[in-house]
Design a protein around this ligand. Sequence first.
Ligand SMILES: *Cc1c(COP(=O)(O)O)cnc(C)c1O
Length: 402
Amino acid sequence: MKRRTGQDQSITRQWRPATQAVRGGTARSEFGETSEAIFLTSGYSYDCAGDAAARFAGEQVGMTYSRLQNPTVEMLESRIALLEGAEACRTMTTGMAAMTAVLLCQLQQGDHLVGGRAAFGSCRWLTDTLLPKFGIETTVVDARDPQQWIDAARPNTKVFFFETPANPTMDVVDLKAVCAIARDRGITTVVDNAFATPALQRPMEWGADVTAYSATKMMDGQGRVLAGAVCGTSQFINDVLLPFTRNTGPTLSAFNAWVVLKGLETLDLRIRRQSENSMKVGAFLEARVPRILHPGLASHPQHTLAMAQMDACGPIFAFEVDGGRKQAHGLLDALALVDISNNIGDSRSLMTHPASTTHYGVAEDKRIEMGVTENLLRLNVGLEDPQDVIEDLDQALTKVGL
Ligand SMILES: *Cc1c(COP(=O)(O)O)cnc(C)c1O
């Protein structure tokens, strides 16, 4: 494997993000292919038995088995690390595999975790159900209020875990304040940055220790594959995360890694255009629905903070109707262009009713507490002409009397 001169880390780190997104991590085979190759191989062979022994002993650089290393997967990991401004990155099969690994690799019986209340349903399941099952105590706070993090921290607190903006209520966490509270107490912050991606928000610049991703969302960006990623210091990735993932095996496939590599090449373009489209659709909806939760609009209670932390608002926001599930489902059923889909980060506009889909598994009282009411709908604005999306929403809203 030949890296083109210029794939020297000291040089790639100086490239600007748009260059890193297209070229970062590229390693060329002897054929000199321009687009990254897909290495569909589970194993590797050695020139001699001594080489095999040296590689297993960590004395020789090279690959041994695709659960542990794969050239295509490594290219993706290098590229994400560069975009994130992190020392290292490891990818996983899905976003949830990444969240599970990043928590279990560093927590043990007797430890305590504080998590953001508004969160993706499965992330709440990790906090509410999985961790306590293994003797790890958890406390959930309103992540928007830094004082709640201070009050919840205990001597045995090891991790602060939150999303910003959060799925689906678009709660925004003050990254600088909350990361400082953690740092003062020796607590590791794990930020699920799926909604913003490194193209719009780099939590480490605000003091976060670890960022974790569903790369299924904006990184792939075209609704094709599932993938996850964890970024952190080399020490965290190599000494804390790797022993867990090497032995439990949530390894991303080379093919899916390649798809995400291609997705990253257009991430910046897509997320900026989708953010612009989301502003237009949001401005239209604001005048038509009882309540909108859109970080790009001045009506969002944390609009100023959101825009200080993020370069743009991103494609996703939520809004409310006032006729409960019947009207919310009626609105979805009246859509002609926008798809009814619980995915996000796609180039297509997609809408879902979180209470009956993504957050169905969260207990009703917890759902209400985090703001996932029967009136709430979540919209991912795609790359279509925003006027077509607005016209579709307009006719659907009219049909349900809004
Ligand atoms: C989708 C999502 C996840 C889970 O990712 P998968 O790739 O679906 O496993 C985790 N966190 C957030 C904020 C998400 O939106």
